[in-house]
Design a binder for this molecule. Structure first.
Ligand SMILES: Nc1ncnc2c1ncn2[C@@H]1O[C@H](COP(=O)(O)OP(=O)(O)OP(=O)(O)O)[C@@H](O)[C@H]1O
Ligand SMILES: [Mg+2]
Length: 316
């Protein structure tokens, strides 16, 4: 069963077809990449999946349940979390306060109880604070706990926003350009953190990202959009060597990292080296049960590229 699936998704704004018949799937435990030049429709796809936009046509499924028309808060309550391309947090609050605000929807008590200050509420507040602190630790942000976030660097804000999305305890997390504002080293660290989050919390992810080394390091599968249409899909090595993908990026604003995707002349592209039935080197190989909740998610058996293609075809 897929965690998230989009079938034949189309959205028009007046005369502009921002997304045109997109099919996309994210399976359990996967980190799936969504790439494409500026204006390709990536953020619009997120807005359709999370309920901020109503698609003109097509369907969105969450764990086989059709959720196309559910509003954002209902989708969030189901477990679909997201971050935004432009950071959306309260700049005058501290990092901890932002995390507490993010958790509020699942705090489990009403405002009257909160005003009354009954002991169960105080106990709950303590738990929420501990949870927020655990997230700060997990993301290496413990030292900004009490800092007002307005003056923090953009890369740190992006990381904290990821923390706010995690605070809602998502089952699947949609990240819109999480590495923007980060240098190469920070971006490498982010890749490690994302893999760690999957390992520690069992979160499945769909990731909009331009930074190719990050995509290659963490993604199990990648979709590339161009002018609202799917241009290519496959494992990261296949996609980054795809001539149309390279051309699409070079035709627009090429991500600085794309140069690093060139394969040396004496070395064939990775997808030509691997025999068709060779196991994919999945980043998700060492998967662990959810630590925080104790819930166990069963790691799927490794799929070969052929099996994966067949499974995807069967599901579509
Ligand atoms: N609410 C809207 N009204 C009108 N046009 C919109 C709206 N939202 C998005 N678009 C248009 O849809 C197209 C896709 O935009 P989108 O923001 O999804 O691109 P993107 O792939 O996320 O690009 P970037 O990499 O620059 O973030 C663009 O032409 C954009 O102007
Ligand atoms: Mg965007």
């Amino acid at each position: 069963m897929s965690v998230l699936e989009v079938r034949d998704l189309t959205i028009k704004f007046g005369g502009l077809t921002a997304i045109d018949g997109l099919n996309l799937r994210v399976d359990e435990w996967e980190i799936v990449g969504l790439m494409g030049p500026n204006g390709a429709g990536k953020t619009t796809a997120f807005n359709c999946i999370t309920g901020f936009y109503k698609p003109t046509h097509g369907t969105v499924y969450y764990r086989d349940r059709e959720v196309t028309k559910l509003p954002p808060h209902r989708k969030a309550a189901l477990g679909i979390g997201r971050t935004f391309q432009n950071v959306g947090m309260v700049k005058s609050e501290t990092a901890l306060e932002n995390l507490l605000t993010a958790q509020h929807t699942r705090a489990g008590y009403g405002s009257l109880q909160a005003i009354a200050g009954v002991s169960t509420v105080r106990q709950r507040e303590k738990e929420l604070t501990a949870h927020a602190e655990a997230i700060l630790d997990l993301l290496g942000l413990a030292d900004i706990r009490d800092r007002r976030i307005g003056a923090l660097p953009y890369g740190t804000l992006k990381l904290l926003e990821l923390g706010c999305a995690l605070a809602t305890d998502p089952d699947v997390l949609l990240l819109d350009e999480p590495s923007s504002g980060m240098g190469p080293e920070e971006s490498d660290q982010l890749g490690e953190r994302l893999l760690n989050l999957r390992q520690e919390l069992g979160v499945t992810m769909l990731l909009i990202e331009h930074h190719v080394p990050l995509v290659t390091a963490v993604c199990d599968y990648v979709y590339v959009l161009n002018f609202g249409k799917l241009l290519a899909e496959g494992d990261p090595d296949h996609v980054r060597n795809h001539p149309e993908v390279v051309a699409a990026y070079l035709g627009g604003e090429a991500p600085d990292a794309l140069a690093q995707t060139e394969t040396p002349e004496d070395e064939p592209p990775a997808d030509e080296i691997a025999p068709a039935d060779a196991p994919v080197q999945r980043k998700s190989a060492a998967r662990a049960p959810r630590k925080a909740t104790g819930a166990t998610k069963k790691a799927p058996a490794k799929k070969t590229p052929a099996k994966r293609a067949a499974a995807r075809k069967e599901a579509s």
